[in-house]
Design a protein around this ligand. Structure first.
Ligand SMILES: [Zn+2]
Length: 175
């Protein structure tokens, strides 16, 4: 697992939001007409990104999500701590599934990387919207199992040690 030093993180943080409070990755694309990302082929029209065929006169550009991937600069980090080993595999699979689903609907909301070790799962994302979606999906499947802390650029979920996993996947308990 590749570690990012805290210096690197704060360096990244400085670039995520420009001085005027706007996301610099979004600013560059307020163009008229239709644009197409030369990397992923997402199409931008009237403020919306879609997966669709680009008209012939589309302007070539690189979408905010692909630029974040290129720059290694996530918009949001989701950190999940303390998940019991026996739950990790399922949780990671669910995150990938939910992220694929989200990217299918919203081209610039993507998972950039997912790193896991014994202590922590770190998920880097191109937007805050996908972070909220992942958190909601986890909350649905692992109801009551996590304490969460939400921020603009970070979401932290921590497994509650006393947690007995509830929700729809609950295992029957001995009685
Ligand atoms: Zn793209």
């Amino acid at each position: 697992m590749r570690k990012i030093s805290s210096n690197r993180i704060s360096g990244l943080r400085g670039r995520r939001v420009s001085g005027n409070g706007l996301d610099p990755y979004m600013d560059a694309h307020k163009k008229e007409g239709v644009s197409v990302c030369t990397t992923c082929r997402a199409v931008h029209e009237r403020g919306k990104w879609r997966w669709t065929d680009a008209p012939k006169d589309s302007q070539p550009m690189v979408c905010p999500a692909c630029r974040r991937v290129e720059d290694h600069c996530p918009a949001h980090l989701l950190r999940i701590d303390g998940v019991p080993q026996e739950q990790q595999h399922e949780l990671v699979a669910m995150i990938h599934h939910a992220a694929d689903e989200e990217a299918r609907l919203h081209p610039i909301e993507r998972l950039m990387w997912l790193r896991e070790d014994k202590e922590r799962i770190e998920v880097a994302l191109t937007g805050a919207h996908i972070a909220r979606r992942l958190r909601a999906a986890i909350a649905r499947s692992w109801r009551g199992s996590f304490a969460s802390k939400l921020g603009v650029e970070h979401t932290e979920l921590r497994w509650k040690p006393e947690s007995k996993r509830g929700g729809k996947h609950a295992e029957p308990t001995d009685s």
